[in-house]
Design a protein around this ligand. Structure first.
Ligand SMILES: C[S@@+](CC[C@H](N)C(=O)[O-])C[C@H]1O[C@@H](n2cnc3c(N)ncnc32)[C@H](O)[C@@H]1O
Length: 257
């Protein structure tokens, strides 16, 4: 399995910006769905741990464990571990999880990178205790009229598609009903998140380095186009515009009965 956006220190910095940007969306999702304090909550694909801390703080879970396949991200995350919060290196497409079954599974922005999202969700559902919740948050759409943002998104979308992944996987997830009769879908909605141009440009700028040497990009896009994109995004990181780009975050919650 290769994670397209990599696990460098620069990628970790991008996830720090991402944590700030998506916090209102994930917080609202957790507040609206989790009404009982979980004994054990797992953050699937936790990166350097920002979502794990958000999960622990928002739900008050007694114990929270972040799982990620990247050793580097787990090392970074472990620097912020506490009595209640810990981290383990694990490929979350593989079950059972090392922690055993949980009361709450949370996953943000990972299914977009996995080969068979539906089969993975089925496996995750086996890792819930009775009454347990699985919360999934993925991108459904990104709306923008700014040409540089549209160009960036078109490249990332094409790159993901050529390896049979989908940038806007939220829409596809909405059509899916688990085969397991013991599972009920509690919620499927799109949370609208306005993002400042400076934040969008920072996330995009930090990400270009992760994929600009990818063979697909080198084959399909001239290097001067990518360099120009980096320059334009870099300049926009100090933009004061706030109404140029919006995210639609698909939020889906399942409960094991
Ligand atoms: C886009 S990041 C999202 C991180 C975090 N959930 C967030 O929203 O900030 C995707 C994360 O999934 C991890 N990842 C990718 N494939 C994985 C797998 N098979 N098992 C566990 N983690 C994986 C990557 O290392 C990365 O940390």
């Amino acid at each position: 399995m290769s994670y397209l956006f990599r696990d460098t220190d620069r990628a970790a910095r991008r996830l720090q910006v991402l944590a700030e940007v998506y916090k209102p969306s994930s917080e609202a999702f957790l507040h609206d769905v989790v009404h009982t304090r979980p004994q054990l909550a797992l953050d699937l694909g936790c990166g350097p741990g920002y979502t794990t801390h958000l999960l622990a703080e928002t739900t008050g879970s007694a114990r929270t464990i972040g799982l990620d396949s990247s050793r580097h991200f787990i090392e970074l995350a472990s620097g912020s571990a506490s009595e209640r919060i810990s981290f383990l290196q694990h490929d979350v497409t593989q079950t059972p999880f090392p922690s055993g079954q949980a009361d709450l599974l949370f996953c943000r922005m990972l299914l977009t990178h996995l080969k068979d999202a539906r089969a993975t969700i089925e496996r995750w559902l086996t890792q819930l205790k009775p009454g347990g919740l699985l919360l999934i948050e993925e991108v459904n759409w990104i709306h923008t009229d700014r040409p540089i943002f549209r160009d960036y998104l078109a490249i990332v979308s094409a790159m993901l598609e050529q390896q049979r992944n989908q940038l806007y996987i939220g829409e596809q997830l909405d059509t899916y009903q688990p085969a397991n009769n013991d599972v009920q879908r509690l919620l499927s909605r799109v949370y609208q998140l306005p993002v400042t141009s400076a934040h969008a440009a920072t996330m995009f700028y930090l990400n270009v380095a992760a994929w600009k040497n990818h063979p697909f990009v080198q084959q399909h896009y001239p290097s001067d186009q990518i360099e120009q994109m980096e320059d334009e995004l870099s300049a926009l990181t100090s933009s004061t515009a706030s109404n140029e780009i919006n995210w639609g975050m698909r939020q889906i919650a399942y409960q094991k009965t």
